[in-house]
Design a protein around this ligand. Structure first.
Ligand SMILES: [Zn+2]
Length: 90
């Protein structure tokens, strides 16, 4: 029995090897790395590259949330016109 016989169709991309439409980056499936197939252990617990991808998504979403918070705060500051000096302290 060869190793390829133990591979299953990746259930994240359905064997296409491409990323899901709603994930912009990267272009290959983060679970199977573009091969469309994974072994049964990876099918259940995810592959090492998928864990790396998930870590990247977590970090990127945290950074995005932070930048959006900053943008919203800046808009709030702009909208209420907090006088100069108030936020800077003395
Ligand atoms: Zn896949």
């Amino acid at each position: 029995m060869s190793a390829s016989e133990n591979l299953e169709i990746c259930n994240l991309c359905n064997g296409k090897g491409l990323d899901l439409d709603d994930i912009a980056f990267p272009d290959t499936c983060p679970k199977c790395g573009g091969s469309g197939k994974v072994d049964w252990v990876e099918q259940i617990v995810g592959s090492p590259q998928q864990h790396k991808y998930n870590e990247w998504v977590d970090a990127a979403s945290a950074a995005l949330a932070k930048s959006i918070d900053r943008e919203i705060l800046n808009q709030l500051i702009e909208s209420v016109r907090i006088p100069n000096g108030v936020l800077k302290g003395k």
